[in-house]
Design a binder for this molecule. Structure first.
Ligand code: ADP
Length: 265
């Protein structure tokens, strides 16, 4: 669908005649619509846990007032809902910060292997829930990429957390780094592979959109916000890198991030 704006200017010396100019507003209109959809989605996502907290406050004031067991259970649920709102707000802030600064200013050489070791240590609790084993294979790859350390941490944190969340329980996650050359630029390809349920083909093109989820209930159950891959996509683009997603339903998924190499690899 395309949208145009038509402006009519009276033609001098020709009463009743006008010059009509058309301007294509499709792109502006599309951006505006995406923005208002996003605000509507974000409000809805925040409203749901808030409504639940309000509901439980009501119950705690009334029917559950003198029932300590029910009170403990409801307070636990309220805590979970508050945590969920906090995760959403953190992710929304990350996204909005990334959008304010589309170009990466500081570019350091980041040791990706050291970053990955630190990250996997911090994710142990996540893998522990599902008892997922994480294996890393660096082959003989260079380990320094050009970028911003905290942002790259966020990229792999999201991808590895997803692989643990949506991978098969009791399974494994394989991380594999290889040097590649993309458009004459020496780069590092880091693949995060899981052996879970995979992503049906029809969802793949939209999977990195904000709040797009294959199964919203499952995402919520696994403490997802629906914003992780949108954040990943933004950061990879800022690094002038690439994100490739392959998935086979029933077999698993591979998310590959390709990043330009840093200095002194
Ligand atoms: P969420 O917070 O819901 O995990 P993401 O943006 O990280 O949000 O991912 C969006 C959706 O993509 C998820 O809800 C899930 O449906 C799907 N997804 C992401 N990673 C995987 C994966 N490794 N395996 C299967 N599905 C995945």
């Amino acid at each position: 669908e395309r949208r145009y704006r038509v402006t009519a200017t009276p033609l001098p010396g020709a009463p009743g005649h006008y010059l009509a100019t058309f301007s294509d507003r499709t792109e502006v209109w599309r951006m505006e619509r995406m923005r208002s959809d996003f605000i509507a989605n974000a409000s809805h996502e925040l409203r749901t846990p808030l409504a639940s907290v309000s509901g439980f406050i009501e119950t705690l004031r009334g029917p559950a007032k003198d029932d300590p067991k029910a009170r403990d259970r409801f307070l636990g649920i309220m805590q979970d809902q508050a945590d969920r709102m906090a995760r959403l707000i953190d992710d929304l802030l990350s996204l909005s910060r990334l959008e304010m600064k589309p170009v990466l200013r500081r570019r350091q050489s980041v040791d990706l292997q050291a970053l990955m070791d630190r990250l996997i240590g911090s994710l142990a609790h996540l893998a522990g829930d599902n008892s997922v084993e994480i294996h890393c294979d660096w082959h003989e790859s260079p380990r320094l990429v050009a970028g911003e350390e905290d942002e790259l941490f966020q990229v792999f944190e999201n991808l590895i957390a997803n692989a643990c969340k949506y991978g098969s329980a009791g399974g494994r996650v394989d991380i594999d780094a290889r040097p590649v050359e993309i458009d004459g630029q020496r780069s590092l390809a880091v693949a995060v592979r899981d052996y879970g349920k995979g992503i049906p083909k029809e969802h793949l093109p939209r999977i990195t959109e904000r709040f797009y989820r294959v199964d919203a209930d499952e995402s919520r159950l696994r403490k997802g916000t629906g914003l992780g891959l949108a954040i990943v996509k933004h950061i990879v683009a800022r690094h002038r890198g690439q994100l490739r997603i392959e998935s086979e339903p029933g077999k698993g998924s591979v998310f590959t991030v390709i990043l330009p190499l840093g200095q002194n690899p």
